[in-house]
Design a protein around this ligand. Structure first.
Ligand code: PLP
Length: 402
């Protein structure tokens, strides 16, 4: 649908609502889910709940064939997901230092069967054992392998590091050593391996108006992928020689077609691609439909060519830059100002189309990231062919996991 048609559809479906509010276009959401599955080439996708943060939407995704299990971002969140019946298969994608949640996990047999925690260091195993005391029941564990690229590694130089700072476990030898340590300790069972290649999955290779950067990113990603595929296969083989694994997880929204070609990887992870925030507009391999929007009301017209909306300062996490700002989406032709950008209580918008906007009209925005929108709004209004339904976000359920 052309953007004018979309705007009319969104405006008329929500005419009874007073902005600010958040809308999820379920047609776009489902079409994005199918696009993720297509790119996954038959590998199951574990849905990254940090990038959705709404139980209803997570449930809808899990009901689609091809999606299986949740990748949670905190242990407390994972326990809540199991307790509320969302899933019986949660991988916590990040290590935990939450003693209370660990105790709750240890006490609950159903949760212990469903939840897998992440480790990349014996310090985390010690932490769990200290929190739970000697003789604690068996906790399912996944080892995280570092997926960053060290281009100078063959010259024994580790200082050049491309990727995020996650696991210290980089080589197959290091992975096997940690696996041995997990297996040696009572109270832990080793069930999985995960390696998340953020420099490929989370970095757009077609940044607008930056052809030199695009070429550099593509070259880096090609080489990093080749290096990782080999190292990941070797690390997984080394661990499998010590223990049977239930799963090997890899990838993210931006890397599905690549990661799914690796035999060592049994499942993928993705979340952002469902809602398609602006940071995922800059990939060559796929186009997604914006599915998560928020509407802000025009409250002032300070001058010709300027319309000021209420609120709007919903910045995304990560390195400070204009790509972290929300983007005015509909009507087309509006832009943020350099002086105020997206403000705490107001956001002025520039563009000739501003003159067509009156006080009370709404402007539709897109967030730069997927899940963080749910931290701003207590509800998502879900738009389907049958009309609107309203569901709580994590925030709406008074759940805040950090
Ligand atoms: C461990 C892990 N896997 C996968 C992903 C991909 O998530 P998304 O598809 O939302 O980018 C992330 C995102 O940060 C992650 O941390």
């Amino acid at each position: 649908m052309l953007t004018n048609g979309l705007r009319a559809r969104y405006d008329s479906a929500t005419v009874e609502l007073d902005p600010p509010f958040a809308l999820v276009d379920l047609e776009a959401f489902r079409s994005n889910a199918q696009e993720l599955l297509r790119r996954a080439n038959g590998r199951p996708i574990r849905v990254a709940s940090k990038s959705v943060r709404c139980r209803e939407l997570l449930g809808q995704v899990l009901a689609l064939p091809g999606f299986a299990g949740v990748m949670a971002y905190s242990l407390a969140e994972a326990l809540w997901q199991v307790e509320t019946g969302l899933t019986d298969d949660v991988l916590v994608g990040y290590p935990t230092a939450d003693r209370g949640a660990l105790r709750a996990l240890a006490k609950d047999d159903a949760a212990r069967a469903a939840v897998t925690i992440m480790v990349d260091d014996v310090a985390q195993l010690d932490f769990v054992s200290d929190a739970l005391g000697a003789g604690h029941p068996e906790i399912r564990v996944c080892i995280e392998l570092d997926a960053s690229w060290r281009p100078l590694a063959r010259f024994r130089q580790d200082w050049l590091h491309v990727g995020v700072r996650r696991s210290p476990v980089h080589t197959p030898l290091e992975a096997a050593a940690l696996a041995r340590e997990v297996l040696r300790r009572p109270g832990f069972s080793l069930v999985g391996v995960m390696a998340y290649e953020a420099q490929i999955a989370g970095l757009g290779d077609a940044p607008r108006g930056r052809p030199v950067r695009a070429t550099a990113v593509r070259m880096m990603q090609r080489r990093s992928f080749a290096e990782l595929a080999e190292r990941r296969a070797a690390a997984v083989a080394a661990i499998r020689a010590l223990a049977p694994l239930e799963f090997v997880n890899g990838g993210g929204t931006g890397s599905l077609e690549r990661t799914s070609t690796e035999e060592a990887v049994t499942e993928l992870a993705a979340g952002s691609g469902l809602l398609a925030p602006t940071l995922f507009d800059t990939y060559q391999a796929f186009r997604l439909r914006p599915a998560a929007l928020f509407a802000l009301p025009v409250v002032r017209r300070p001058a010709e060519g300027v319309a000021t909306v209420f609120g709007g300062g919903y910045l995304a996490s990560g390195p400070v830059g204009s790509d972290r700002l929300p983007t005015p989406y509909l009507p087309q032709g509006l832009r943020l100002t350099g002086a105020e950008a997206a403000g705490e209580v107001q956001t002025p918008l520039l563009g000739a189309v501003a003159d067509e906007l009156a006080v009370g009209d709404r402007v539709w925005f897109r967030h730069a990231k997927a899940g963080e929108l749910a931290e701003r709004f207590a509800q998502f209004h879900l738009l389907d062919s049958g009309g609107l339904t309203t569901v709580p976000t994590y925030r709406g359920e008074q759940r805040c996991f950090g």
